[in-house]
Design a protein around this ligand. Structure first.
Ligand code: AMP
Ligand code: MG
Length: 342
């Protein structure tokens, strides 16, 4: 298939909207990562997303809407909590998991009775949804398992020839995927951490919000590792290079990474260092792009400094831990005498 390369100008968004309305696939920018969209109500169109990405069929998409009025096309009722979150966080990087309407095909929700819904803040995304007249099912626009795409070039690298069109726009402002919050249980549960934190959501709802206990835990350490968000169980975000996360006090970590780098280089390896020195927003913005860049430049190994697991740092660590396959090295305080945790 020949992939149309489009700009983010209105004439091109119109072309893309017609492709979606006609049952085709379009990759488009959002503030989180680029998404791969199809008409959420058209099962044949949504099936094409799974084929193009090589995505397991039980991993649901997120349904993207452009107005509050779209809600009634996909869900049955709007509760008080939903109303509060819509008002405080939409348009924006927050996905609500709620009961699905029966007209919404199961292929869109990975066979679940619930649906994840989000209204993106990105104006190109919202214009595309509006002009298509559809609600748009979209997971991230990468090949399954690869780092999420935060520039149009990442999308083209993965999906050229597999999708009808790519809308080329700016680098994604946030750079990690949306916060996913499940509102179908007695208490709200965060299934995937993102830009909006547990504290933000608790403050809005004025009640406790639970963090899914499997988040940021090594699946090999858990007897019962059953995350509720299907996507969380898959191998994810993985670069081709080996990756080690260094955890500990900042100066010690930087010294340990430097030592490791020199050792690896003496063995002829190309070493990439990732360190954000506590800047969580920069880490979110750059992390996926840097993994892809490291692969492009042919690095053998990536050494990454862990971020403190609070606020957005917790959400970035969620991606970093998976990228590294939980390959962590804990650096002991007061020495560079460290050892692998496994
Ligand atoms: P992606 O945008 O590629 O990260 O894919 C969407 C992700 O949203 C999935 O992998 C799930 O983690 C989450 N998600 C979407 N719908 C649901 C749902 N109904 N229940 C739980 N998680 C969901
Ligand atoms: Mg994804």
């Amino acid at each position: 298939m020949k992939t149309k390369i489009l700009t983010d100008k209105i004439e091109d968004i119109e072309i893309a909207a017609n492709i979606i309305a006609g049952g085709g696939l379009v990759a488009f920018p959002t503030e989180t990562v680029y998404g791969l969209g199809a008409d959420a109500m058209n099962p044949e169109a949504v099936k094409k997303i799974y084929r193009a990405k090589d995505r397991p069929s039980d991993n649901p998409t997120i349904v993207h809407i452009s107005s509050n009025a779209d809600m009634k096309r996909v869900t049955t009722e709007i509760t008080h909590d939903m109303e509060v979150l819509m008002k405080k966080f939409w348009p924006g990087p927050m996905t609500m998991v709620v009961p699905k309407k029966k007209e919404l095909p199961y292929v869109t929700t990975g066979n679940l009775e619930t649906v994840g819904i989000r209204m993106p803040e990105n104006e190109v995304a919202r214009k595309l949804i509006e002009l298509s007249g559809c609600v748009i099912a979209a997971p991230s626009a990468n090949l399954s398992g690869k780092p999420s795409p935060t520039t149009y070039q990442h999308v083209i690298d993965d999906l050229q020839g597999r999708v009808d069109a790519v809308i080329c726009s700016r680098q994604c402002r946030i750079g990690i995927e949306s916060t996913v919050i499940d509102l179908t249980e007695e208490e709200p549960v965060i299934l995937r951490p993102g830009f909006f934190t547990r504290e933000n959501i608790q403050w809005a709802l004025k009640k406790p919000v639970i963090m899914d206990p499997t988040i940021n835990k090594d699946p090999r350490d858990e007897d019962e590792f059953h995350p509720k968000a299907p996507g969380m169980k898959y191998k994810h975000y993985a670069p081709s290079a080996e990756m080690i996360i260094f955890q500990g006090e900042q100066d010690e970590v930087l010294d340990a990474m430097d030592l490791e780098k020199r050792e690896r280089e003496s063995l002829g390896q190309q070493v990439c260092i990732l360190s954000y020195e506590g800047d969580e927003a920069a880490a979110a913005h750059d992390f996926f792009a840097e993994l892809r860049q490291a692969d492009k430049e042919g690095y053998d190994i990536i050494l990454a400094a862990a971020l403190p697991e609070k606020g957005i740092g917790f959400s970035v660590m969620n991606r970093m831990l998976k990228s590294a396959g939980f390959n962590i090295r804990r650096v002991e305080v007061g020495s560079n005498d460290y050892s692998n945790s496994r």
